[in-house]
Design a protein around this ligand. Structure first.
Ligand code: PLP
Length: 368
């Protein structure tokens, strides 16, 4: 079976350096808020191209803290609206609603699968304060038009960069385009820890200071609590591992891009539709989604022929039970169609060329 993703192989690729880093932390006797966090935060902010990076417990928290900081700083009020793509992973939406803000779901473009910038303006009201732009599947979702809309309507642009570490827009890394960005280091992400982890990047000092406090019980000075925060810190072990993997991230992403290029050049089955192709630097291929009208049949066929695939995501946020009754008269036909047509092929920095070739060969043999 060709696995969808082998975390074991991904870790093994840099096993020596990772073991060294882990040993260093274990032997140091210092496990939280120390030199490892400081080093990783410095390196990651340099990599993304922002002045500040704040490590935190996970990607969901990173996004929650950004909006919580806007509220604490008086820039947003509960009840304000945030535009977010309707086909995103639930965490993007949770970060908005967790803060008492209203998530306004906007359809993606069916060719790119990213937020449709022609549908944003009609969703804007007097309470719209922000766009949460998700670089879904590792593709850059930013467009000049989105930048213009943010300027015109005074919207705070926040990026969900959980799936797009290392991606760029015309040479600017995603995660440095908006006012702030949330990053996830969930093990399966392009830059993954050996457990949970997350970070916020920003150039805004007030936001950075507030977020650092919020993720540390609301405290900037020991035993002085300015906000009602939580314990949401990145630990030293994860920071040390992430610092190792960050050194190889561009190289790992290039290997993902090579797999994707082979898929684009060789998948010829007319039953299978690929998203429009972007220049390599604009897509780090966290996932490789394809669309198929007989998706479930295709998935079973691939499984029977030794290829494991996953669906991202089978139920969109507005149809989840946790949001029952929240978006009552909402028609999101593109999002719903993607939920029953999307299938993610295996892709990673450790996939062998034989496996990539086999996936294509099996895929091209699919008939109904
Ligand atoms: C993974 C992910 C998150 C959440 O990250 P966690 O670290 O798992 O909390 C947020 N948004 C998107 C788009 C993601 O894929």
């Amino acid at each position: 079976m060709i696995p969808f993703l082998s975390l074991k192989d991904i870790t093994a690729k840099y096993a020596e350096e990772i073991h060294q880093a882990v040993r260093r932390v274990v032997d140091s006797g210092w496990y939280l808020q120390g030199a490892e966090n400081e080093r990783f935060e410095r390196h990651y902010s340099e990599f993304i191209g922002t002045q500040y990076c704040i490590g935190c417990a996970n990607g969901l928290d990173a996004l929650i803290w950004i909006y919580r900081a806007y509220i604490e700083l008086g820039i947003m009020q509960p009840g304000d609206e945030v535009i977010v793509p309707a086909n995103t992973y639930i965490a993007s939406v949770l970060a908005i609603t967790e803060n008492g803000l209203k998530a306004v779901l906007v359809e993606p473009n069916p060719e790119t699968l990213e937020l449709d910038d022609t549908k944003i303006e009609r969703a804007i009201t007097s309470r719209t304060k922000s766009i949460l732009l998700v670089h879904l599947y590792g593709r850059c979702a930013y467009t000049e038009k989105i930048g213009e809309i943010c300027k015109k309507y005074n919207l705070h642009l926040v990026e969900d960069n959980a799936q797009a570490h290392g991606c760029s827009f015309n040479g600017t890394r995603t995660g440095s385009i908006g006012e702030a960005a949330g990053h996830s280091f969930y093990p399966g992400k392009n830059l993954g820890a050996l457990g949970d982890g997350g970070a916020v990047t920003t150039n805004n000092k007030e936001l950075a200071d507030c977020i650092r406090a919020l993720a540390n019980y609301g405290s900037q000075k020991k035993y002085v609590f300015q906000y009602c925060g939580r314990n949401s810190r990145l630990d030293e072990l994860q920071a040390a591992v992430l610092d190792v993997k960050l050194r190889h991230l561009d190289e790992d992403n290039r290997q993902r891009q090579a797999v994707a290029a082979y898929y684009y050049d060789n998948i010829t089955n007319p039953l299978i539709k690929l998203p429009t192709r972007l220049p390599d630097q604009n897509n780090v291929y966290h996932l490789f989604p394809v669309l198929c009208g007989s998706r479930d049949l295709l998935q079973q066929y691939l499984k029977d022929n030794g290829v494991q695939t996953l669906i991202h995501y089978p139920i969109p946020p507005h149809l989840q039970e946790c949001y029952k009754g929240v978006w009552q008269v909402l028609s999101l036909p593109i999002t719903e169609r993607l939920a029953w047509q999307e299938l993610s092929l295996p892709i990673s920095q450790v996939m062998s060329s034989e496996d990539v070739e086999k996936v294509v060969e099996v895929l091209n043999g699919f008939k109904i």
